[in-house]
Design a protein around this ligand. Structure first.
Ligand code: RNT
Ligand code: ZN
Length: 416
């Protein structure tokens, strides 16, 4: 008997169908963010990354052109089991040589190459307007700016992105999740907290007034408690975005688990929101102290988030996207380790005997519940994971790093 076969029997003794779990895992789309490949820079500006987010590190070999980014993404994709969707930022528009189009004037044609890339790989596309890294950001503000010209520019950007999102959905046949996040906020004690939020609200309403098909475009609003340089106040706080989504039909809340107080758990917020919203969206990341965007690992909260999605029967109601960026290590590895970690968490969640555990809770058998919870942790997940990767022609954890090293030697190290 192989290790996989024996592991399968062990899971079966807990009432878990391993084949069904692997199938469900393979079919659950996870959105892969293009911005891990080049430190959230994109192709439409020369300036630095702004907006309260930062990448640190200068590991060699960063992708600097669309071709390099696509090559690196292809390498990363080849190391990831499961179903992928492409997550783009507007700043990754691809222009003709010599062409420049500012964010308010972006058109579907500027993303045609990405559509070809996604279609060839059988991926849907998600989209993000880029409300940062631009000289049109005025004093750190975009959609909440008191300067009407600035605000208008960013509203036009949002509208352009709705049209592009609809184009993505029509081209790929897969709905496009369009996420609105701005870094708008203040470093120090504000004199007016409501004014910027009222302007932000009006701006998003104007963006969503752009016609779109609700079955094709899924607009979301992402909250954040604070950012670098905007420690005192953010316009898009949790209460603001949640209330906005709740009161605007067709708009989803998006929770990034790096955007809350470290003692708050997004895993617990998922079932709360699923009681009210037909669909929600996530940015899955790893917060470390004050920073929100470390490479995802198979840690406790990551596993708990996956468990909540699965046990709430939410795989069809939760749009799962990854969001992290690390410039201090091999970026292709960062991409793939993060994605594989999420796949492991999902697989583990699907291999958990939720019905048994729920029954113990409902019957108040809490001593036994704790004991079984702990027993389940050491079930042979690794043997199932190996098989899961092998069936999809993806390297095992043991051979993973050799692939990274080879790509670094042959491709990344040759870039200057
Ligand atoms: C920033 C937000 C946001 C960005 C991306 C690049 O804190 O998480 O989602 O990471 O839009
Ligand atoms: Zn995010």
């Amino acid at each position: 008997m192989t290790r996989f076969e024996s592991a399968k029997e062990i899971y079966a003794s807990y009432g878990v169908d391993v084949e069904a779990a692997m199938k469900a895992c393979m079919e659950a789309p996870v959105s892969l963010h293009c911005w891990q490949g080049d430190d959230v820079i994109g192709f439409d500006h020369d300036g630095p990354l702004t907006g309260g987010i930062q990448t640190t590190g200068n590991y060699p070999g960063k992708a600097k052109t669309p071709e390099q980014l696509m090559d690196d993404m292809d390498k990363a994709l080849s190391l990831m089991p499961g179903k992928k969707k492409l997550n783009l930022h507007a700043s990754y528009a691809i222009f003709e040589p010599g062409e420049f189009v500012d964010r308010d004037k972006l058109e579907p044609k500027h993303f045609k190459k990405w559509v070809e890339f996604a279609k060839e790989r059988n991926m849907g596309i998600d989209f993000n307007p880029t409300f940062f890294s631009s000289d049109k950001v005025k004093d750190g503000l975009t959609l909440s700016s008191p300067d009407e010209e600035t605000r208008k520019f960013w509203i036009e950007h949002g509208k352009a992105c709705i049209r592009i999102s609809q184009y993505f959905a029509e081209e790929t046949g897969v709905p496009c999740v369009m996420n609105i996040w701005t870094g708008d906020g203040f470093k120090d004690v504000p004199a007016d907290r409501m004014g910027p939020r009222m302007r932000y609200k009006d701006s998003i309403e104007q963006i969503l007034a752009e016609p779109f098909d609700k079955n094709k475009v899924k607009p979301c609003v992402e909250s954040k408690v604070f950012g670098i340089g905007v420690e005192a106040y953010t316009a898009g706080s949790a209460e603001f975005t949640l209330s906005f989504a709740a009161s605007h039909d067709g708009c989803l809340p998006l929770m990034d688990n790096g955007h809350y107080h470290p003692q708050e758990y997004v895993s617990d917020k998922i079932p709360a929101l699923l009681c009210f919203y037909p669909e929600i969206a996530l940015h899955i990341t790893r917060g470390v102290r004050w920073d929100s965007d470390h490479v995802l690992l198979l840690d406790d909260e990551t596993r708990e988030i996956a468990k909540e999605i699965v046990r709430c029967d939410g795989l069809n109601r939760v749009y799962m996207a990854l969001d992290y960026f690390d410039a201090s290590i091999n970026r292709v590895s960062a991409w793939a380790v993060g994605f594989r970690s999420w796949e492991k968490a999902l697989l583990a969640a699907l291999l958990t005997p939720h019905d048994t555990l729920k029954k113990l809770q409902d019957e108040s058998r809490f001593t036994e519940l704790m004991a079984v919870h702990e027993a389940v942790k050491l079930l042979p997940l690794g043997d199932i994971w190996e098989e899961y990767c092998a069936r999809q022609n993806v390297v095992s954890d043991r051979d993973f790093f050799a692939e990274i090293q080879k790509y670094e030697d042959e491709v990344l190290s040759k870039r200057n």
